[in-house]
Design a binder for this molecule. Structure first.
Ligand code: ADP
Ligand code: C5P
Ligand code: MG
Length: 209
């Protein structure tokens, strides 16, 4: 069903509602694995724009949107916000930002996120950067993050780890089975992790350019 349309969408690597074509890399990893930190480095060196799904959802709460209270409650519980909400924010941001290369950090977080994004946007990621880190280290990092986040407390962290294992790891496995995952040992110091990240982006850059 719809095979021609599907084929066109896949070939185009996704087109936004305003006709803009984009190239997307998903950045996944447990809470506190260093996704945001490394995305900032990638932006600086490789010309991508960084979209953190969590940051967009937090901005949506602050904006006083009608979904704000629902989002806030879900974040407090470490639950995953319905895809419809998050995808709209991601799509809008990709249309608003004058760039074609996007790092989408912290998305897709579950199978629903993954399938809905693909269906709605037709965007297939170039690859998936996966930060592999132990829970002990992630917990240490989050407890030291000091960004005043309501979900950076031990109770919510445990819930987020559970959601990560149950819902997000299967998404990584999905992409792994399609040869899309570039796995990075994220338990090392920031500079060492970035060296590994650079290797991945340098080879892709050469291929795409
Ligand atoms: P994520 O976006 O995956 O939740 P962050 O990038 O916000 O993770 O990092 C979580 C915390 O850990 C931040 O305070 C950050 O400064 C710190 N951090 C990030 N990477 C490392 C690293 N490789 N080693 C030690 N601390 C790190
Ligand atoms: O990625 P980050 O740690 O900033 O995400 C914080 C929270 O935002 C998650 O625990 C979850 O409640 C929510 N979120 C979501 N769907 C996403 C990304 C984040 O519901 N795709
Ligand atoms: Mg983050």
């Amino acid at each position: 069903m719809g095979t021609v349309v599907d084929a066109v969408k896949q070939e185009a690597n996704g087109t936004l509602p305003n006709g803009k074509k984009v190239q997307v890399v998903f950045v996944l990893g447990g809470p506190g694995s260093g996704k945001g930190t490394q995305c900032a480095n990638i932006v600086e060196h490789f010309g991508f724009s960084h979209l953190s799904a969590g940051d967009l959802l937090r901005a949506e709460i602050k904006s006083g949107s009608e979904n704000g209270e629902m989002i806030q409650n879900m974040i407090k519980e470490g639950k995953i916000v319905p895809s419809e909400v998050t995808i709209k924010l991601l799509q809008q941001a990709m249309m608003d930002i004058d760039n074609e290369k996007f790092l989408i950090d912290g998305f897709p977080r579950n199978e629903e996120n993954r399938a809905a994004f693909e269906k709605v946007t037709g965007i297939i990621p170039e690859f998936v950067l996966f930060f592999d880190c132990s829970e002990e280290e992630m917990e240490r990092r989050i407890m030291n993050r000091n960004q005043g986040r309501e979900d950076d407390n031990i109770d919510t962290i445990r819930k987020r780890f559970k959601v990560f294992v149950e819902s997000s790891v299967p998404v990584v496995e999905y992409y792994e089975s399609r040869g899309k995952v570039r796995k990075i040992d994220a338990g090392k110091p920031v500079e060492e992790v970035f060296e590994a990240v650079k290797t991945v982006f340098s080879s892709i850059h050469a291929k795409v350019a």
